[in-house]
Write a protein that binds this ligand. Structure first.
Ligand code: IPM
Ligand code: MN
Length: 360
């Protein structure tokens, strides 16, 4: 039987709770589709700072490099958020890990589930049938450019830099995805103002000739922010730089009704990391109210990455079943609400039941 090594970085806040449910579900599919998953836990974020004084201990980097994939929970703790003078921050751990592992493409699928259309503050006619995927560049741009602060502390600088190669790497992935989907790619940029955006446009324009079936269009980020909630159905594959992608993807989460549904994959040349897009949600920690679905669906993306497509489909199917049956945490429930643990149990049991009966 195939055996996969998974580095598990549960992190902070609700991270450990949603990861527990994800492992429960992964173990259920592994059993029914006959492969093995071995987990190695490692520290990152505020909990790592508390225990080792570093947001990303060397051991964690090693564990991730040796693993076939990384499963990630959440990062961040309020005790660091409102202190602009904090010397170390939990988020540094995640940023450094992305860089260390070369995770250049962050992939965030967004869709509107039929059963949950009324959970979004946006009108049903606007959001129904939305099915888009965001490709966000993850290890360059303003997040990673030179930063400085003047000695008197009165002038601060962040630099946004992109190379042709960095843009090409993620653009190829986005084009390949468009070919498998609906052959439409939208580059979101600010080419009317930024030199880096003009480089993105030139690179994407020249790659487009290699993907003749794909219709490419270009949209300024301010307009895109508006279009995304006015008419999200116009999008299929969105390609964008690091910071625009960060902002646009939180905005897109409103379409699905809860940020607690959205998974992500961060792809590198050698490894990949899978994480829910929601953060550590410290207010919900240990209350059993965190929605585990975003993390569970990230687990499904991980199985796709490992080539276990049937198992990944079984997870998505079980999640859909939970949604349709209303087995949901308070962020989405209508009358009866279920705990984090109960939602995880339901999904894991459905995976076993379904595969046990092979009714399809
Ligand atoms: C995300 C998060 C991170 C980011 C933070 C925690 C550094 O918001 O994954 O979207 O800005 O990339
Ligand atoms: Mn973000």
């Amino acid at each position: 039987t195939k055996n996969y090594q998974i580095a598990v970085l549960s992190g902070d806040g609700i991270g450990p709770e949603v990861i527990n449910e994800t492992i429960k579900v992964l173990d259920a599919v592994a059993q029914t589709y006959v492969f093995e998953l071995q987990y190695q836990q490692a520290l990152i974020g505020a909990i790592a700072i508390d225990q080792t004084n570093e947001p990303l201990p060397l051991q964690t980097i090693e564990a991730c490099k040796q693993a076939d994939a990384v499963l990630f929970g959440a990062i961040g703790d309020p005790k660091y958020d409102n202190d602009p003078n904090a010397a170390v921050r939990p988020e540094q751990g995640l940023l450094a890990l992305r860089k260390e592992l070369g995770l250049f493409a962050n992939v965030r699928p967004v869709k509107a589930y039929k059963k949950l259309l009324d959970k979004s503050p946006l009108r049903t006619e606007i959001i129904q049938h939305t099915d888009l995927i965001i490709f966000r560049e993850l290890i360059s741009g303003i997040y990673f450019g030179d930063k400085k602060i003047s000695s008197d502390g009165r002038v601060a600088t962040d630099t946004c830099t992109y190379t042709q190669e960095e843009i090409e790497n993620i653009a190829h992935l986005a084009f390949q995805s468009a070919v498998k989907r609906n052959n439409k790619l939208t580059l979101i940029d600010k080419a009317n103002v930024l030199e880096t955006s003009r480089l993105w446009r030139r690179v994407v324009q020249s790659l487009a000739t290699q993907y003749p079936t794909v219709e490419v269009d270009y949209m300024f980020v301010d307009n895109a922010a508006m279009q995304l909630i006015l008419n999200p159905k116009q999008f299929d594959v969105i390609l964008t730089e690091n910071m625009f992608g960060d902002i646009i993807s939180d905005e897109a989460s409103v379409i699905g009704g809860s940020i607690g549904l959205l998974p992500s994959a961060s792809i590198g040349d050698k490894t990949a990391l899978f994480e829910p897009i929601h953060g550590s949600y410290p207010q919900a920690k240990n209350k059993g109210i965190a929605n585990p679905i975003a993390s569970i669906l990230s687990g499904a993306m991980m199985l796709d990455h490992l080539g276990e497509h049937d198992a990944a489909d079984a997870i998505r199917d079980a999640v859909l079943h939970a949604i349709n049956q209303g087995i949901l945490t308070p962020d989405l429930a209508t009358d009866t609400t279920y705990t984090t643990n109960a939602v995880g149990d339901h999904i894991a049991n459905h995976v076993r039941y379904r595969t046990g009966h092979r009714y399809q």
